[in-house]
Design a protein around this ligand. Structure first.
Ligand SMILES: Cc1cc2nc3c(=O)[nH]c(=O)nc-3n(C[C@H](O)[C@H](O)[C@H](O)COP(=O)(O)O)c2cc1C
Length: 223
């Protein structure tokens, strides 16, 4: 698979097959993803891969936690800016609407939307999970390095025929996850990621999210 195909075929997948991810494939992906650049070569990422019985245990734990504390424990960073203005707010709204339309869940059906949202905390039934954590002393430049690393992971997964969904919603359960992965106090949870084989027969599989036109977001100076 060439890089263009990997980028074009990567999508956030939220419906997975019940088919295990070969352990050697995930090791290969992560080993290669480590080639991501980072300012000063700090390599500020820490990855935690969870599968097998430990993942079953985490999913069971989260069923309880989501019932007990549906709004989460309070995230340690702002997932979105407190004031999300246009055009960002509109884009967020549009992707939500497109997704719920595919699922046949109307806007007024808050209970059904919440129920769907809670599927995040089962990793959308994916057979493998990943968390990315970062030293609290790192700032925005290092957080952007995390993104480069995670994009490497998601593109390399495509080369293995695998799919993923990055999930920063996990940041609303920092205590539960911190304890589960035995996170040292100097580190914080950035995001989770569901990993597995996409179920191509599900309605969400046809969802291709929109992007702003290139000339709205890029300026070409001198060319
Ligand atoms: C850092 C990050 C966190 C995200 N968190 C979530 C999440 O918690 N739950 C979810 O369903 N999607 C999540 N997404 C997926 C975005 O909604 C998705 O990337 C966006 O709508 C564009 O769609 P695409 O990935 O299919 O191209 C996240 C994406 C990123 C990059």
């Amino acid at each position: 698979m060439n890089v263009y195909d990997a980028v074009a075929s990567r999508r956030s997948v939220r419906e997975f097959l019940d088919r295990p991810v070969p352990p050697d494939a995930i090791r290969r992906v992560l080993q290669t993803a480590l080639r991501a650049p980072s300012g000063g070569n700090l390599q500020p990422w820490h990855l935690h891969v969870v599968g097998g019985e430990r993942l079953d245990a985490l999913k069971a734990l989260m069923r309880t936690r989501v019932q007990e504390t549906p709004g989460g424990e309070g995230s340690e960073y702002d997932i979105y800016p407190r004031e999300l203005v246009a055009p960002y707010r509109d884009r967020r709204f549009a992707v939500g609407e497109a997704m719920y339309a595919r699922l046949g869940i109307p806007r007024e059906d808050k209970a059904a939307r919440l129920k769907w949202f809670a599927r995040n905390f089962q990793f959308f039934d994916a057979p493998l999970a990943l968390f990315c954590t970062v030293d609290r002393r790192m700032g925005p430049p290092q957080w952007s390095d995390l993104g480069m690393m995670l994009q490497n992971v998601m593109l390399l997964l495509r080369a293995e025929g695998l799919d993923s969904c990055p999930q920063e919603c996990w940041a609303i359960y920092p205590q539960t996850i911190g304890k589960f992965i035995d996170l040292p106090p100097e580190r914080m949870l950035f995001t989770g990621m569901a990993i597995g084989y996409a179920n191509r027969d599900k309605p969400l599989d046809t969802l291709v999210t929109e992007r702003a036109p290139l000339d709205d977001v890029a300026e070409f100076i001198g060319i």
